[in-house]
Design a protein around this ligand. Sequence first.
Ligand SMILES: NC(=O)c1ccc[n+]([C@@H]2O[C@H](COP(=O)([O-])OP(=O)(O)OC[C@H]3O[C@@H](n4cnc5c(N)ncnc54)[C@H](O)[C@@H]3O)[C@@H](O)[C@H]2O)c1
Length: 372
Amino acid sequence: MTTKRRVRLGMVGGGQGAFIGAVHRIASRIDDRYDLVAGALSSDPDRAAASAAELLIAPDRSYASYEEMATKEAAREDGIDAVSIVTPNHMHAGPAIAFLEAGINVICDKPLAATAEQAQQIADACKRSKARFILTHNYTGYPLMRQAKAMIARGDLGKIRMVHAEYVQDWLTEPASNKQADWRTDPKQAGAGAIGDIGTHAFNLAMFVSGQTPEALSAELHSFVEGRQVDDNAHIRLRFEGGARGTIWASQVAVGNENGLRLRIYGDKAGLEWGQENPNVMTFARFGEPKQLITRGGAGLGGGAAQWTRIPPGHPEGYLEGFANLYTDAADVILGEGDGSYLPGIEDGLDGMWFIEACQKSSAADGSWIAR
Ligand SMILES: NC(=O)c1ccc[n+]([C@@H]2O[C@H](COP(=O)([O-])OP(=O)(O)OC[C@H]3O[C@@H](n4cnc5c(N)ncnc54)[C@H](O)[C@@H]3O)[C@@H](O)[C@H]2O)c1
């Protein structure tokens, strides 16, 4: 299908010195589907203006606050179609609700919010609004993860027995103070530590690929760094409807790990393994047969990974391209050119908030099982 036009995009957060905003901007441009035309890029008005100038956003569309941006963009004939929210967790609900109420589509980073109450307020605003809410659980955009989902759905693994996901890093091994670490270790701004920041990605990806529904979990959260007020390591056990069992390990103090997101799923016929640091290959093994190495874009997959890639197999694609798959799906939905069936949304956000809260409750009760 030939697209009608580019999506007019705005951004809240993502100014000078910020991390994920720039990733969103690159991801939005990879398939040439968006123009960034407006922003409230920083909580500091001077920095917001300077950041907008660097990105060639017209001065009259660089705003000192997201409230002003939502009102003024909604009133313009050429106003933005969608806004990317790339602020710390406690600053998702305010802008998400303001833009949803203005009828503007929202592409928000995870976790949904810092508290269950904020998350529910966003969910309520989604119900009142015709605009679409998309949550950037970007690992669902990797071609081999969509391939794995299709293989499991058509029964290649048989009945699912075990689902193991881990997301482990080491950058908070020692006390750290910088823009990204400061809010992530402040319970008021982050809501949770490793379980919210990266555990929710592992949990979301495990559910997306396996198709399993959690029934209950038991967690032990721990803070290894003295004085840290949020968890920096978490071990979680999961029980799924239908009898499968699983684990999640999320850590920001596992020395030697950078972005070690790994997924292993086993059924009664076959198993598969994938890791995001080497994302162009996946191991698939049928019981009693030699292992297969499935490559992104390789021939004869029958699951469709090749449709989400841009370059021939053997040339690596990774984090940015996976992120771009979400942005491209979102552009289709926003322009009425596709259904975005793979896109994570508000329900995934609420599931992530259940995961965070249940982990905290379970851990406070010495690992008691918390039902869904
Ligand atoms: N999907 C992923 O892989 C991924 C990776 C990293 C971060 N994230 C998520 O993205 C969000 C941002 O993380 P980050 O690491 O980029 O943080 P960051 O601290 O690098 O950037 C946050 C930005 O938000 C701005 N901001 C804060 N309050 C604002 C306000 N009221 N109005 C406008 N701007 C405001 C800050 O000035 C800063 O520019 C978090 O929710 C985080 O969990 C997701």
